[in-house]
Design a protein around this ligand. Structure first.
Ligand code: NAP
Length: 479
């Protein structure tokens, strides 16, 4: 059994607590690895050493060095991709095919940001004959990156790659459940001399201990958080005390809007796939499926057939479409929402925990579809983060838009129609950081993503995603 250490100041070390956390395979209940249960003392050391590495090296000013380091890290991850994907599947439960997509996404983020590192441009202006000004972009300093367990590799690099490309030092606090895969990725960075020793640190441990200590630490200049809206709100309040910059990528309850002229089978199957991927534990999951009343019953049949065709099992099997739920706590939460949905509406398919030889040691729920729910139901309004799709009916375009915007979230949406004008009208009016037309879940390193309303603040990916990790300075010259 491997015990992973913290990575601080270019050295692997145990936590001062002497305590460990268990990393458990949610498909079997087997112990995968141990990670450090760190303390505020470990955070103190990490912040100090990252700060020293940042001020004591040319990392912030040498864009060639940064580009080179990120490219080398991408190559190292690529060379170990299959081993990393297998560990990711063991620790998180997701199908191996999906784990490979995650690793590939991380490599792509690094390569994209390596190019961006040499393109952190400001601008110039001449307001008067005797004056010249320029706007320059600088790194922020020491950034804490706090990540969730659901896409722990791709989401780590979505933030880490631009953070480092912009010239910052960074302390990573992964989710308690996915510390081992994060440590394996940092071990590859540790072997690359282009990274100054100590510029990136890993401190594993509980959010309420390590995460909290990072947010409260006066020498941490920015908090980049991906996780639940509830925790995001707490972090934002705490960060206010130190007037720290925050970037928050939070929860979602995203709708797919399927109009009567859409390619119905493609629309419904893609919407279902977007929800059942990662067992519904994905921020952008299309967890609400809004369908025009004239094709609703047909859509229900397609969705039911799709859900019942999914092969649920251990993620390491190439044939598995859907794996387990991450933890007992999350499983109970999902089952609670299903029971609420059963009481208030109709269960079209699923609605129970899977049992039997293959499932007994793991945490599996059957792909579930509910309908006949009021738009005000908590099952419609709240993020369930499990394999539970809610179907709803609409009569007009206006009603579809009103229903799409009815939850506090605004992360993403899908619009399915052959009418280009309608697609544009709806895309403009849906309050979401990403709107896909006749597709879903297509994310690119070059395209900004993020949340409206309670789904977040700031943007990840793309040019804006990199600029989130910079300060803006105006330098003005009197001629
Ligand atoms: P979470 O409970 O909010 O935890 C996220 C991270 O914050 C974990 O590392 C967690 O550590 C840490 N944390 C927890 N409490 C903290 C505190 N008081 N102070 C500082 N850090 C704290 O979320 P999760 O269950 O891991 O992930 C699921 C949520 O993330 C969903 O709501 C999902 O929609 C959202 N998400 C959003 C995006 C996006 O891009 N918008 C992407 C993925 C996921 P522990 O693991 O030790 O608790």
């Amino acid at each position: 059994m491997k015990t992973y250490l913290n990575y601080i100041n270019g050295t692997w070390m145990s936590s001062q607590s002497g305590e460990l956390l268990d990393s458990i395979d949610p498909a079997t209940g087997a112990l995968v690895a141990h990670t450090q249960s760190s303390t505020a003392h470990d955070v103190e050391l990490a912040v100090q050493t990252v700060s020293d590495a940042y001020t004591g090296s040319d990392w912030g000013s040498n864009s060639h060095r940064r580009a080179n380091a990120l490219l080398k890290w991408a190559d190292a991850i690529e060379a170990r991709a299959e081993v990393l994907a297998a560990l990711l599947t063991s620790e998180n439960g997701k199908p191996i095919r999906e784990a490979r997509v995650e690793i590939a996404g991380a490599i792509d983020a690094l390569r994209y940001c390596a190019g961006m590192a040499r393109n952190v441009f400001g601008r110039t202006f001449q307001p008067a004959a005797d004056n010249f000004g320029f706007i320059m972009k600088e790194p922020i300093g020491v950034v804490a990156v706090i990540t969730p367990w659901n896409w722990p590799v791709l989401l780590l690099f979505r933030d880490l790659a631009p953070c480092l490309a912009a010239g910052n030092g960074v302390i990573i606090k992964p989710a308690e459940r996915t510390g081992a895969i994060t440590a394996e990725l940092l071990a590859l960075l540790a072997d690359i001399p282009a990274f100054p020793a100590g510029i990136a640190a890993l401190v594993t441990g509980l959010g309420t201990v390590v995460g909290n200590a990072l947010v409260e630490h006066p020498a941490v200049d920015m908090i980049c958080f991906t996780g639940s809206t509830a925790v995001g709100k707490v972090l934002m309040q705490k960060a206010a005390a130190g007037v720290k910059k925050v970037a928050l990528e939070l929860g979602g309850k995203s709708p797919n809007l399927v109009f009567e002229d859409a390619d119905l089978t493609r629309a419904i199957e893609t919407s279902c796939r977007s929800l059942f991927m990662t067992s519904g534990q994905i921020c952008m999951a299309g967890s609400r499926l809004l369908v025009h009343e004239s094709v609703y019953e047909k859509a229900v049949d397609i969705a039911k057939t799709f859900a019942e065709s999914l092969r649920v099992g251990h993620g390491r099997l190439e044939t598995t479409d859907m794996g387990p739920i991450i933890s007992e706590k999350q499983l109970d939460k999902v089952l609670h929402y299903i029971e609420q949905g059963r009481r208030e509406g109709r269960v079209i398919t699923g609605g129970y925990r899977l049992r039997g030889a293959e499932y007994d040691n793991g945490l599996f729920i059957a792909p579930t579809i509910l309908d006949n729910l009021s738009p005000s139901s908590c099952v419609v309004q709240e993020e369930i983060f499990g394999p539970v799709l809610v179907m709803e009916k609409f009569r007009t375009e206006e009603e579809a838009i009103r229903l799409a915007n009815i939850t506090p979230y605004g992360l993403s949406a899908g619009v399915w129609t052959k009418d280009v004008s309608r697609a544009l009208r709806v895309a403009r009016q849906v309050q979401a950081g990403t709107v896909w037309v006749n597709g879903y879940n297509k994310s690119y390193a070059e395209a900004e993503s993020g949340g409206y309303k309670h789904s977040g603040i700031g943007r990840a990916r793309g040019v804006e995603g990199l600029m989130e990790f910079t300060e803006t300075k105006h330098v003005n010259i009197s001629i």
